[in-house]
Every structure is written in structure tokens, then in C-alpha cells.
Design a protein around this ligand. Sequence first.
Ligand SMILES: [Zn+2]
Length: 419
Amino acid sequence: MDGTRFRLYPQPGFLDSFAEPEIVFVSSPPGSISAGPADDRMYTLFPVGKSEPYGFAANPGEDALAPPWRGDILPPPEPDAQGHFDYLEPGTPQFEAAHLFGCVRFVLDIWEGYFGRRLPWHSEKHFDRIELSILPSLDNAYSGYGFIEVGGDRKHGAYVPFSLNFDVIAHEVGHALIYAEVGVPDPEAPQGEYFGFHESASDLVALLSSLHFDSVLDNFLKATRGNLYVLNEVSRMAELSDNAQIRIAANDVRLGEFVNGWTKEHKLSEPLTGAFFDSFVDLFHECLLDRGAISRKVEEMSDHLLATPEYGPVMQAYFDEAYDRAPDQFRKALIDARDILGTFLADTWQRLNRNDLTYADVAEAFLDVEHEHTGGRYTQMFSQNFAMRDIGMVKVGPQLAPLDEHSHANSIRTQLPVD
Ligand SMILES: [Zn+2]
């Protein structure tokens, strides 16, 4: 491997099953990342004495704060003699800075792979690079114009920095990517389901990116034995409940719930994320079939037993046996499904119009992409998943309350050029 080494927590480091950070390579050649860390796309810093997050005015009537930070900073981490950052020890601000940078670079690499090209930042016209800022006083994380800024979580007692939370960082990179690829709606144009789409896409970026960690793939397969049918049940497997992204994605929310209007864009995002997650599960089964790791009879069995008491145990017994026979094929099939969905999503997002964007538009573009790639092999499967969520069948009602001050998508106002 030619890349630069970092140590990343695939899941928040306080969870037992992921107590150790995993060594990953990012694409940057060793020696190309300087102290900060910093490269030609972004620079990381841990400001000292920064009281307000970017995108908000420090005092009423003043302009919103924008990068770059010109004040003091904590000493940045330096690369080792070979240019790597994996020698840093957790528990230091230097590790946090390297972890934040490493996560952003790792996710960017993955999605540049799916897009097949460099992904520009939305703020490229005004900023050569984006600033990755660590601000412990912030109880949130924002992706804004020229920056990604992360605070931490104090809700559960001790302070847990988001700079160590891969899901949160990957989600923010997802927002940055959608701002750049889809854009921001004209203030005068109808906004449709743009905000719900934004959250959904960001969650999907985080989910698919997390499946690029060996330990996440292994844990996922170990917990389910490849039986993703269980994720569609009401009581999901306890072992997976510590994976926030799967918890969000494996939902059963339908768009019909929002015909009278909506308030929280993250709730509104769930039917779309759910439809794509169901499609991911279907793709995984198709990839298992292609590899001969399961037989068609399992689908018939599933349809036949659905909603009977035997369903759970019979399906699990089948998968336990199939998984023991060919665990490597299960792992490869999971990777195949991940990369097919990632590629289709990347192709879909580039086709969307930022104004008056609806989930039906997203579904239509996705089905077009699928048809171009496969000639329609998965069309029926995917169409059913959208229909199951009422996508394309109902009209979402109006926004009933202004966006939450703290919502991620609210950083749309921090997406406007600062000059
Ligand atoms: Zn968000």
C-alpha cells in the first residue's frame, strides 16, 4: 500500500466492540500530508479561545464567523519520519486532530472512487481548502461554507468529542459532498424534500463508508451470520444496536406519514434512507446468489414463512449453515453490494436538480442509473422498495416549523458565500 497510515475508530471509541482504533491507509502518498494534518484539500486545527462556531455571528448584527481561524492553536500533530500519523496515542488533542483529518480523507477517498473523479468542495470558488476545526464548546457538528467544524456530546455525562466519531464526521462529509454535487436551492424556488434528501444522503454516505472498515464488515457478519432479513423485523438484533447507522437505516417509516406536513428533516429523511437500505439488503442477497452462497429457495422460504412464528428461527438456521459453509463469499458479497449501491448513488446524485427536489425525482434518477448499468436487472426490486415507502405515491405536506436551529441541514445558511 502506498498511502498514508492513520488510526481510526470505526465506531465511537467508547463502545466495547470497537475499543481499539483500526489502522487504515488513505490515498495521499506518505510525505504529502504535513503537520496539522494538512494537505492540498484541507487543514486541521484545534483553536484556542474560539468562542463561537462558524456560520453564527459572535454578536447580534455582526456577520457570521467564517474561516480561516487566525488565532492561537494547540500544537498540531506532526507526521513521523515516513510521513504517517498512526504513531499518535489516543487521549491527546494531536490524536483527535489526526483522527478528524484521517476520517475526512478516508471518506473522500471512498466517494471519489464511487464518483470516479475528484470531488470539489462547494466553497472552492472562495477557499482553496476547507478548514477542519475542533470546537469542544459546540454540542454539534456542522458542514458549512469552507469548513467542517465538530464539537462533542455532553448529553450522556462525560464529554465525548465528535472528532473521534467516524459516523458523525462521515455524515458531515456527506453534507459537503451533496452541497458540491447537487447544490443549494435558490431561495426563491420551491425546496421540495431537499432537506430530507440531504440528511438521507449523508446517512447513506456514513453507512457505506463505515462498511469500508474490516472490523465493521467482520462484526456485521458475525452478528447477523449474513441474515439481513432479521433487520427487517421489528425487534432487531441487539448486537447491531450499537451501530448507529444501521439503526437509522433499518427503519420502517413511510412517506405517507408526512402528507400533512413535517417538522424534523431527519425524520423526513427516514423513508428515503429506508428504501435504499432495503435495496442494499436485496442487492446483498442477489450477490450471495451470484456467488452460489445461498440458493433461490431461501427467498421462497422467506415469503412463505413471513409473519409466522417459525420465520425467525428457520431463517437464522438456514443462514447459520450457509455462512459456515462459505464465510468468505458472504464477505465478498457484502462488499459487492456496498460498492454497487455506492456507485449507483454517486451516479444518481449528479443528475439531481437542486430546486424543488422530491424523493420521487431521486427514485426516478436511481432507476435510470440502475437501468443503464445493468439493463434493468434490479428495476422491479428497487421499484417495490420505493413503493413500499410511498415514494412517488404521495405528496409531502408543508414544512410546519422552521428548521431546528441546531439541525445539520440548517447549515445551508453557512453555505452561502461569505463575501
Ligand atoms: Zn445531517
